[in-house]
Every structure is written in C-alpha cells, then in structure tokens.
Design a protein around this ligand. Structure first.
Ligand code: SDX
Length: 440
C-alpha cells in the first residue's frame, strides 16, 4: 500500500498573463519538505494551448521523490535524510542499499537478512558465460555491461512482472547483487583470464575485488583497506536525485519496460563523458596534461568557447559549490595511496595543482565550477590496479541501487503515467508531394 501523501498545495500561486490577449492564468505552487517550491504546470497545455520549454530540464521537476535531496548552493547531499559524509564514514554499502530501497536505516536483523539475500543472488545464470564469448576481447567493458544487463530479462523471466511487488523486489535484488559479478566478468574477459565466481563468505565490496583480482590458481586475500575504500566509493556513487541516467531509467520504466531493460538504458546514459563517463575522461585528461607546467594551457582551452575541451571532473548542473562527494573522495585518495605505499602519484599532483589553479581563476569562480564526484575517483581506481576503461563500470555498479530505488518509487507512484515530453517545432510546414518522375 503506498502511503504517498500528495505535495502540499500552498496558498501561493503564480499568475501568467498573455500580453497579447490580456488573459491571465493562475498556476498552483506546490511545496515539498525541503528545496525549491514548484509551479504545477500539468494543466497548462489543456487550459492555455501552450507548452513550457526547457531543453536540458534546467528548471523542471520531473517527479516527486523521497529518496535523495541535493542543495546545490550549499553542497548538501542527503540519502533518505542522512548526510552523505556521515554515511561514507559510518555506514557500509549494504546498509545504504537497504536505506535507499526501504527509506530508513535497517535494524541489525534486517541488515543481516538483506545482506544474505543479496549475497545469494550474486551468481549469474551459467548460460551467460557463453553470452560474454560473443564479444571481442578488446570490447569496452561498458559495451559488455550494457549488453549483458539488457539480456538479463531473457534469463530471469520470473522477475519481470512489474505489477507484482515480489517480482520487483527480486529483480531489484538480482540487479544490485549481479552488477559486481558482471563488472568483474567484463574485466576478466578483456584480459583473457577465467571468470572468478562470487563467494558467499565475503562481504559485498570484498567479494567484488575478489572476483576482479582473484584467480583459480591461488588463494587471493583482499586488502581490507582497499575493500573499505571501494565500499565507501560505492556509497558515494549510489544515488543522486534525477540525474541523466536516473531520468533515463524512470522514462524507460514509465512505459512498463522490464527492470533489466530499464537499468541497461541507465547504463547507456551513464556512459557519456558529460555524466558517469567523466571519471574515465578525467584520467585521460590528467594523463594528457602530463606535467603541472602544462596546466595553464589546458585551463586556457577550457575557457575558450571555440574549443570543445572542458575540464573533466569540474562543474555540475546542480552543485554550485563543492560536490560533497569530491571532498570525501579526495581524502579517500590519500588513504588508498598511503595504504599502497604510493608516495609519488604524478596524476594526483597534477589534479591537486589543477584544482588549486582553477579555483583561483575568475572563469571557474564566476561560473561556480568546482570539482565533482568524478575528479578524484579515477586516481583511486588507478591506484587499486583498475584499468581506466572500467571506471564507469564501477560507477554503474554503485548507481544500480539508486536506479532501482527510483524505478520502484516511480512504479509505486499512483499518479505515475508514461513520460512523453512535447517540443517547439521548427521544421517545414505541410508540403505537396511531387512524384519522383516529375522531380528534376
Ligand atoms: C556526473 O547530474 C548529476 O547529478 C550527475 C552526477 C551524478 O552523480 O549522477 O553528479 C555525476 O555526471 C558529474 C558530472 C561529470 N561531468 C564532467 O565532469 C564533465 C565536465 N563538466 C561539464 O561537462 C558540465 O559541467 C556538466 C555537464 C557537468 C554540467 O553542465 P551544465 O549544467 O549543462 O552547465 P553548462 O554546460 O551550461 O555550463 C555552464 C557554463 C558554460 O559556459 P557559458 O556557456 O555559460 O559561457 O560553464 C561552462 C560552460 O561552458 N562549463 C565549463 C565546464 N563545465 C561547465 N567550462 C569548462 N570546463 C567545464 N568542466
């Protein structure tokens, strides 16, 4: 039963006046528990024959949600009300998954049961091993992940009925549990090593690193500091309100598509360098910069309107202050390098110097461009021995819980309907068809 309370209609309204006809139109204003009020335009077209127009949805709320709150001006990020830095320090990824899915922190017994349920879904249908073999060995791991996740609905028919809460729960658990297995298999496949099966005696992040770096030839012990760092990185990437990939999942799900297809759509959207693909692009950028003395040239290019180059890992649609996740990742970066005894990481030196210079430059300050979640994560992954091509795959492993939580919230929303935006048409008016033999 959905205990959904409608948003509070405020006494406030916005009046639209058509200066051509002099007609006025009252628009209701709705309030949430936090964040900006919204102007409810759902009746606008029916009542006035006008669409709103907001390419990139810079000023558009697409849904109600209770999952994640962001205050971009203050650099605040809350998962179900809990600050991200507190969760990163005191929680673990399994607890955060339960929190995002169910709305509050689990009891000890609830957490124990949730972890066990997820653990027993980490194995993949054995037939999928052959699915991997269809890819070239040099395939980008994101291409493999998109393909394999999209194919899961062909193997797990018993959890594709989206009207059945039990099916939705099983599909959600399967997706959260199997993403690390798929990610590790995508990695092993590209390096020509045998797949390593998950182990039920290992914790989620430890199991992931075990599948990534273990081999059948010898016992492999995961470094607990690296497992903790990976777990924290997964927490930081778990959800982020209505970002591009989450909006993709919601839009795909609004048509009634099965959850595996929806998450595959989210993975495809995340792959873009403007979104989750930025972590890979940051490493490539730092490598291209190569030496701190080259930073001014890249800053100049980033500011040049005629140059498509942007400072990867900088800027954000919502954060106009520090991305709180970037601060935790910077600290984690130093912890991982220290643990691995890496004293000299030139890419980190370049990143720190690049951040310092950019944050003193008026272009970045005036446009409120700060380091975002992708700026430091790649340096940590590289130090862990993870290839650059796998960085966005790791982002997808983490974000799957956010996608499925938002997908469930959308399906359970009684006001939910298929998403179908309109447009401002700029094409040709109706033309007369000229048969081919009459054309010159
Ligand atoms: C993620 O939405 C989310 O929540 C995403 C995410 C999540 O957890 O899901 O947080 C994860 O995707 C983080 C962002 C990763 N992407 C990058 O690091 C790529 C580099 N960043 C930019 O491409 C850009 O900042 C975006 C895409 C992140 C945000 O772009 P917006 O909101 O559309 O802003 P914009 O392009 O309109 O930029 C505003 C101005 C522009 O200049 P003007 O036209 O106003 O003169 O700032 C400039 C831009 O040219 N600008 C940059 C810049 N980012 C913005 N200039 C140089 N370098 C940059 N990185």
């Amino acid at each position: 039963m959905n205990n959904k309370k409608p948003p509070k209609a405020t006494s406030n309204t916005f009046t639209l006046t058509n200066n051509k006809t002099g007609e006025s139109y009252e628009l209701p204003v709705l309030s949430g528990t936090m964040g900006p009020d919204v102007i409810d335009v759902r009746r606008l077209y029916a009542d006035t024959g006008h669409f709103t127009y907001d390419p990139g949805y810079t000023s558009t709320g697409s849904c109600e949600s209770k999952i994640t709150f962001i205050d971009g001006e203050k650099g605040i990020l809350l998962y179900r009300g809990y600050p991200i830095d507190v969760l990163a320090e005191q929680s673990d990824f399994m607890e955060v998954c339960n929190l995002l899915l169910y709305g509050d922190l689990p009891s000890q017994s609830q957490k124990k049961k949730f972890e066990r349920d997820i653990t027993y879904h980490t194995m993949l249908h054995e037939q999928l091993n052959y699915f991997f073999r269809g890819f070239r060995r040099d395939s980008h791991p994101m291409a493999v992940m998109v393909g394999v996740v999209g194919a899961l609905s062909a193997f797990y028919h018993d959890s594709t009925d989206i009207t059945d809460p039990y099916h939705r729960m099983v599909a959600s658990y399967r997706l959260i549990a199997k993403m690390p297995t798929i990610a590790a298999m995508a990695y092993k496949y590209t390096i020509g090593q045998p797949f390593v099966y998950p182990r039920n005696d290992l914790k989620f992040s430890e199991n992931f690193l075990y599948m990534m770096f273990g081999t059948p030839c010898e016992e492999f012990k995961v470094n607990p500091v690296l497992a903790k760092a990976m777990d924290r990185i997964l927490i930081l990437h778990a959800d982020h309100e209505q970002n591009a990939s989450t909006s993709t999942v919601r839009l795909a799900g609004s048509s009634g598509a099965n959850p595996f297809a929806c998450i595959a759509a989210g993975i495809a959207s995340l792959w873009g360098p403007a979104h989750g693909g930025a972590n890979e692009a940051v490493l490539n950028m730092l490598t291209e910069i190569g030496d701190a003395k080259n930073i001014p040239e890249f800053i100049k290019r980033a500011k040049d309107k005629d140059d498509p180059f942007r400072l990867m890992g900088f800027g954000h649609r919502v954060y106009k202050n520090f991305d709180p996740r970037a601060r935790v990742l910077e600290k984690t970066c130093h912890e991982v390098l220290d643990e691995l005894g890496i004293e000299d990481e030139p890419l980190l030196d370049i990143a720190v110097e690049l951040e310092r210079i950019a944050l003193e430059d008026d272009y970045f300050v005036s446009k409120k461009l700060y380091p975002n979640v992708d700026f430091y994560s790649g340096i940590i992954f590289k130090a862990m021995g993870i290839p650059t091509s796998l960085f966005t795959v790791l982002f997808a492993v983490a974000r799957t819980v956010g996608w499925v939580a938002q997908w469930n919230e959308m399906i359970e929303d009684p006001t939910q309907k298929i998403g179908r935006p309109r447009q401002l048409f700029m094409g040709d008016k109706e033309k007369k068809y000229i048969p081919l033999h009459k054309r010159k």
